[in-house]
Write a protein that binds this ligand. Structure first.
Ligand code: ADP
Ligand code: MG
Length: 411
């Protein structure tokens, strides 16, 4: 049985025109002889009546609050409404289908409401519907606990549903349909001439996604990677095949000339605070004290730099006040710089290649952008810049590495 999973994000199901395109893609997969599982997100973005953010704010706006369990019950409705809407369209087109909630599809999670992890999937119900010749329309972003409680999967949850069910069903392909042509060399909302990539490896897209490229959730990619299910990230509005995400081996086979590129893309993460804690004389245990205090208060730290004069690190802006208070209560004198942006230059080809950092420094210096901090690994170089320089920094790095020239060749 050839199985295709197709996931449609919030914007892809937001309007009648787009939902028409969704039906078109389902029909195409059926025509290719596939059994189809469609995973949908809630329709639209904040402000749209049944969007996840709208549901989330519905209770808050009225000055009330819900406990996490009840919040998940409410949130799971967005995807169920979306799935039912699509089902009615498929009925109109004469395409037999069944709607399933995450729980009905056998997605079992732990009981961490709002951000549950999938423990196992029992796909027998989905398989039996497919055997009956039906399209399964699956509500994304949700599962149930072993006791039958409804849970939601947190950010990027529908991506996770799609790859998880793809792995469980041993699908031939998981298509992530969205509002851009594929995975691009930078966020197209920031860089106008960002180019869609023909193919990337799981590792490359994980690196991009972890560093802020929100086009697909890294957790979803990690799942697909376990069993090598290929993913395509593609546009709902076109028939373009988009970006193929697979293992190195397949990528080399399918896109030989792109495989030895140096840089895959540039990503950005806004709303970061840099914290500098100067060491007092003979204070050798400063880093131990600082990071222990952060950990005990559940504040995650990044971009850590330790030297004899003190420690420097970053936290998200929304926990900066809490971090400052903790440090002051320890009689330390932190300096905080809020509203910074972390820019990442990502590429598996960076390892051991001389001159990448100097090119980054050149690009930023030419634009008078101060580098507040930098770090590197074998696949990524990070720089921290003041937030008001973020857009300019991403654009200048994109230009410096000629990324607009990476063109899709399989169109
Ligand atoms: P969906 O609702 O379909 O899940 P998302 O908003 O989660 O869509 O993801 C698509 C968005 O990801 C695009 O509109 C784009 O602005 C953003 N994005 C960020 N970085 C990239 C990138 N490198 N390539 C493609 N899209 C990106
Ligand atoms: Mg998304």
């Amino acid at each position: 049985m050839k199985i295709r999973v197709q996931k449609f994000g919030g914007t892809s199901v937001a309007t009648p025109e787009r939902r028409g395109r969704v039906v078109h893609h389902i029909r195409q997969a059926l025509n290719e002889g596939c059994n189809v599982v469609v995973v949908v997100s809630a329709m639209g973005r904040k402000g749209d009546p049944y969007a996840t953010d709208t549901l989330l704010h519905w209770i808050e706006e009225n000055g009330q609050s819900l406990s996490p369990r009840e919040q998940d019950l409410l949130l799971s409705c967005g995807e169920i409404i979306s799935a039912s809407t699509l089902s009615s369209l498929l009925n109109k087109e004469g395409i037999p289908n069944t709607v399933l909630t995450g729980g009905q599809a056998g997605i079992i999670t732990n009981n961490q409401y709002n951000n549950a992890q999938i423990l196992t999937i029992n796909p027998s119900r989905v398989e039996s519907e497919l055997e009956k010749g039906k399209v399964v329309v699956l509500a994304g972003y949700q599962g149930k606990t072993i006791d039958g409680e409804v849970t939601t999967l947190g950010r990027g949850g529908s991506d996770t549903t799609a790859t998880a069910i793809g792995v469980a069903l041993n699908a031939d392909m998981v298509d992530i349909f969205t509002d851009v042509e594929g995975i691009m060399t930078a966020d197209p909302r920031i860089v106008e001439d960002a180019a869609p990539l023909e193919a990337v490896t799981y590792t490359e897209i994980c690196n991009l996604a972890f560093q802020g490229a929100k086009v697909i959730h890294p957790r979803a990619v990690e799942l697909a990677m376990q069993t090598n299910v290929p993913i395509r990230v593609r546009s709902t509005m076109s028939d373009h095949p988009g970006t193929l995400v697979s293992s190195t081996h397949e990528k080399n086979k399918l896109a030989g000339e792109v495989s030895d590129r140096l840089i895959t893309g540039i990503t950005q993460m806004a709303n970061v605070t840099q914290i500098k804690v100067p060491a007092k004389e003979d204070q050798y245990d400063l880093q131990l004290k600082v990071f222990k205090a952060m950990a005990e208060n559940g504040i995650s730290v990044d971009f850590i730099n330790i030297n004899p004069s003190g420690v420097i690190y970053t936290v998200y802006d929304h926990v900066a006040d809490a971090a400052e208070e903790i440090l002051r209560s320890m009689e330390l004198e932190p300096e905080l710089l809020r509203g910074c942006a972390k820019i990442s230059v990502v590429g598996a080809g960076i390892a051991g290649v001389p001159g990448v950092m100097s090119k980054i420094a050149e690009a930023l210096t030419e634009e008078d952008i101060p580098i507040l901090q930098s770090a590197d690994s074998h696949t990524t170089i990070w720089v921290l810049v003041p937030g008001n320089h973020m857009v300019k920094a991403v654009r200048s790095l994109h230009r410096k590495f000629d990324l607009h020239k990476v063109h899709v060749t399989n169109s």
